[in-house]
Design a protein around this ligand. Structure first.
Ligand code: ATP
Ligand code: MG
Length: 180
């Protein structure tokens, strides 16, 4: 499984629809300060369900929608889609390619899509349990996060090991069963 592409439209500084194509190797994103490098990582975290504006370096969730510039009008929505190659079927779905998308309007209306079909955030979360992918997975390591891991409480650190060991889905199911 690997990240094939990221599509952004109206997300933060990306007013135009842009598709970043990746290959099964290492890709670096370079550019001057403020050109939008970190916004690419924010887009991935957001599409995977990030709910905290602060984590996305904004004050409110509306801040992720393109706010306009001197010669360009603001946009009314933000859209991000990531496509993963799943030919090894690491994700427990039949598709060889999985696209997760999220859209939000200024009105606050929002939706998630899995291969084009509307779904719940819960479905997105469940798809990625134990893969290391997710807004809290170790596949996205943000600035300051290494320190957080090193200085974290044992229980917090344990969560990372659980994810790597692939037992998160069982723990979640157990917790859900005990609630009933
Ligand atoms: P650095 O090298 O300093 O880390 P960077 O390439 O990571 O820079 P980002 O932090 O990704 O840059 O991008 C910041 C830019 O995104 C700023 O110019 C900011 O104005 C712009 N930006 C953020 N949110 C929006 C928005 N909602 N609408 C328009 N532009 C935005
Ligand atoms: Mg940056």
């Amino acid at each position: 499984m690997y990240l094939k592409s990221i599509e952004v439209h109206g997300f933060k500084s990306f007013a135009n629809k842009i598709v970043f194509d990746f290959h099964n190797g290492i890709t670096g994103i370079v550019g001057p300060n403020g050109s939008g490098k970190s916004n690419v990582a924010d887009a991935v975290r957001w599409v995977l369900g990030e709910q905290s504006a602060k984590q996305l370096r904004g004050a409110s969730m509306q801040d992720i929608i393109f706010a306009g510039t001197e010669n360009r009008k603001p946009l009314s929505y933000a859209y991000v889609a990531i496509t993963l190659d799943n030919s090894d079927h690491k994700l427990a779905v039949d598709f060889a390619e999985v696209t997760v998308a999220r859209r939000v309007y200024r009105s606050g209306e929002s939706e998630y899509l899995l291969n084009g079909n509307p779904c719940r955030l819960k479905d997105v979360n469940e798809l990625f349990y134990d893969t290391g992918i997710g807004k809290e997975g170790y596949s996205i390591i943000g600035q300051g996060q290494i320190e957080k891991i090193l200085n974290g409480k044992p229980e917090e650190r344990r969560e990372l090991f659980d994810e790597a060991a692939g037992i998160v889905k069982f723990k979640r199911r157990k917790a859900a069963a005990q609630k009933k």
